[in-house]
Each structure stands twice: as C-alpha cells, then as structure tokens.
Design a protein around this ligand. Structure first.
Ligand code: GDP
Ligand code: MN
Length: 383
C-alpha cells in the first residue's frame, strides 16, 4: 500500500525529520486559507500516488494566497498518469541550494533493508541507476543492530555533503530508518532532501510503500489507504480476501496457491498466451469465494478464456467445482472454460462439473491445460 507525500512526510516528521510547514486542501478555498496562514510563497503540490508530478505540471510555486487558490484550482482539475488529483499539499516554499536523494528499500539479495543516498536528488532514482550508477551509495542495515553511526557517515561522505551537515544528515537518516521500521514499510524515500540557501536540510518530498502483510499491526495506517490506488476489481478482490493483480493478457487464471498461480502464468506464457491476471483464491477456498473470483475475472473485457487450475490439498476439488457452478449461474460466462482439478476429491469435483450441463474443456496435466487455454483464447479449440 502506498502513502501520499503528505502522509509520508508527517510520519517522517514524527521521527525527527525536518519537513516544511504545510497542510492539505481538497478545495481551492481551503488552499487559499492554508496559504494565508503560512504567509509568503508556497508550493502547491498534487497528491497522487505516482512519481514525476513536477514534470506533469502537478507542482507549482505561488507567490500569494490568491495565486495559491488559482493554482490549486488548476491542479485539482488535473489527472496525472490516469489518477485524478483530489487533494493538494501546500508547503512553505524553500530556497534550494542542493537536492539529494535518501531512501530505504528491502534488498532481497542482501536480505536486509538497504539505505541509499545520492548527490543526484530530485530525479527518479531508477534514472540515476541507469545513467550514473556510481552516484548512488548503499549500505545494508543489520535489522538486529539497526542503523549505525559509522554507516550514516559513510553515506554522508560518499555523496560529498559539506561537513557542517553531518549531524543533521545523521539525524534524518536515523529518523527515516525509524519510520521505515515502525511502519513495516518496504520503501521509504525522501527525494529530494534539500539543502536550503540558509544551510538547513529539509525533506521536501516523501514517499512510502507499506508491506500489506504488516498492515494488520497498523490499523491507523491501513485506514489511510487511497482507494484510487487500486482498480475497482482489485479493491473487491482484497475485500473478499483474494490475492488479485490485473494484467493485460487474455487468459483469466483462477488458481489456488500463489506458487501455483505463478507457475500457471509462466506456462501460459510458455505456450504463447498471456495471463489476464494473477489470482490466488487461497487454501480451503469455499464456493462463495470461488464465485467472487470468477466474477472478477469475467468482468475483465480482455478475457477470452478462463483457466481453472486447482490443486486439492486442504482445498477440496468438489467445493471449488461447486463454486465454479454457482458463479456460472450468476455470471453466465460466454468464453471457453478450461478446468484442471487434481488432488483431494478430484473425482467428486469432476462429477460436479460434468453434471452441471455447462460445457467445460477438461485437462489433466498443467501443460495440457495451458495449451488448451491458449488455443481456446485464439478461438482454435472447439468445446
Ligand atoms: P515529484 O516530481 O513527484 O517527485 O515531486 P517533488 O516533491 O520531488 O517535487 C519535484 C521538484 O519540485 C523537486 O525536485 C524540486 O526541484 C521542486 N520543489 C519541490 N518543493 C519545492 C520548494 O519548496 N521550493 C522549490 N524552489 N522547489 C521545490
Ligand atoms: Mn520527488
């Protein structure tokens, strides 16, 4: 789950990271009041869950409250990379002397959080990694020891910040790490962390991605979820307890188990098809959940065939089969359906499907199922 800039910055600030004074507004009038209260120049910043807002015209500098109101009105009407701008952040404008990058991500290879710093701030870090990889300094953090002073000094020296900023940099790096750990984040980023003309360090942008698996420990953070982050289908899936990711292929995949779902997508690709989604209905899936899953898959207009790949362990094939039939009655699918049910109660499951009167293409091996699904999606397979 992603957090907005203003939410991320407030969390950083609660852990001692200096941020500009500011507040969020949903209307131009509110924006004006905030600008009046701040006094002086303000930046008006669209709050959408994508990067590169600056380039997209979603960040503007206002000299007066009048101008702040006018800019807020413009920005609130924008759509940035497909996302509507519903809120703007008004921050006291800072005079920038230098922009640096500071971020933490989980590095799977290092099996640790890795803190990265770069003198090339203000541009996307992926871009720096491509064009000037040596400008990014990294340190891996031992989760039991935490971030050590010598490590922040190493980063600080690595990016060539002037010596007078050493303490401030150390405090910000520690604050960022504390926020990262406290929130069960998978990413926490300040880009740019600026040096102002007065010589202070200030986090003017903030980004956080929280680990969804840790959200149960943070109901306060979970409540901050922006529904625009997800498609309608993804939201419905999450509420039903399904792991669903929409993709752009034509073969709907309904699978139990994340690993099997990945394997199903891989083999679909291998035989020349493209999966329309990742979907894990989970272990012990009951018929209502299966029905919801199928409804979600069929709601995607790109879907030309649906592949059911169920391995019955805890999940019983007959339960899944009943769910499939329930869903058929509800949704009336008009695309070919390929079913591979193996494991616990597979005979009972196949009997449920056979007796239903619905036309299903059956398969026994995964390869057979995938090939049939690819052919069916191309209209090359008769039921
Ligand atoms: P992003 O484009 O979505 O990453 O949004 P940022 O918040 O990083 O803003 C983009 C750029 O706008 C920054 O890199 C800065 O150069 C500039 N910017 C942001 N806040 C201020 C500010 O307070 N004063 C000035 N002068 N520039 C700012
Ligand atoms: Mn930024």
């Amino acid at each position: 789950m992603k957090l907005h800039e203003y939410q991320s910055k407030r969390l950083f600030a609660a852990h001692g990271v200096p941020i500009p004074d500011g507040d969020v507004a949903a209307t131009p009038a509110e924006a004006r009041r905030i600008a009046e209260k701040l006094g002086g120049r303000v930046v008006v910043k669209s709050q959408v869950l994508v990067g590169g807002r600056g380039k997209a015209g979603g960040i503007k500098l206002a000299q007066t409250p009048d101008e702040a109101q006018k800019l807020a009105e413009e920005i609130l009407g924008l759509e940035i990379k497909g996302l509507p701008v519903r809120k703007v952040l008004l921050d006291e404008a800072a005079d920038i002397q230098q922009e640096i990058y500071l971020g933490i991500v989980i590095d799977r290879a290092a099996r640790r959080p890795v803190m990265m710093a770069s003198s090339e701030g203000g541009v996307e870090i992926e871009e720096v990694a491509r064009t000037n990889p040596d400008a990014i300094k990294r340190i891996a953090i031992d989760p039991f020891l935490g971030l050590r002073g010598y490590q922040t000094i190493e980063l600080f020296k690595g990016i060539g910040l002037a010596d007078e900023h050493r303490r401030a940099f150390d405090r910000i790096a520690r604050g960022l790490y504390e926020t990262f750990v406290a929130c069960d984040a998978s990413l926490a980023e300040i880009n740019p962390l600026i040096v102002t003309t007065e010589g202070d360090l200030l986090a003017v942008d903030g980004k956080m991605v929280l680990d969804d698996n840790g959200l149960f420990r943070h109901p306060d953070l979970a409540a901050k979820r922006d529904l625009d982050e997800e498609t309608e289908t993804e939201r419905e899936a999450r509420e039903a307890g399904l792991s669903y990711v929409q993709l752009d292929g034509e073969i709907g995949c309904m699978v139990n188990g994340a690993g099997l779902a990945m394997a199903t997508m891989d083999i679909t690709k291998h035989f020349g098809g493209a999966p329309a989604n990742f979907l894990d209905i989970g272990g012990g899936a009951k018929s209502e959940r299966v029905a919801t899953a199928l409804r979600l898959i069929l709601a995607d207009p790109n879907v030309k065939a649906v592949l059911f790949n169920v391995f019955g362990g805890i999940t019983r094939c007959d339960e899944v089969a009943k769910g499939i039939i329930t869903a058929f009655e509800e949704v009336k699918p008009d695309v070919p359906l390929i079913a591979r049910l193996v494991g616990t109660n597979e005979e009972e499951g196949r009997a449920v499907l056979a007796e239903s009167g619905y036309e299903l293409i059956t398969a026994t091996t995964l390869a057979d199922a995938a090939q049939k699904a690819v052919a069916a999606a191309r209209g090359e397979l008769e039921v």
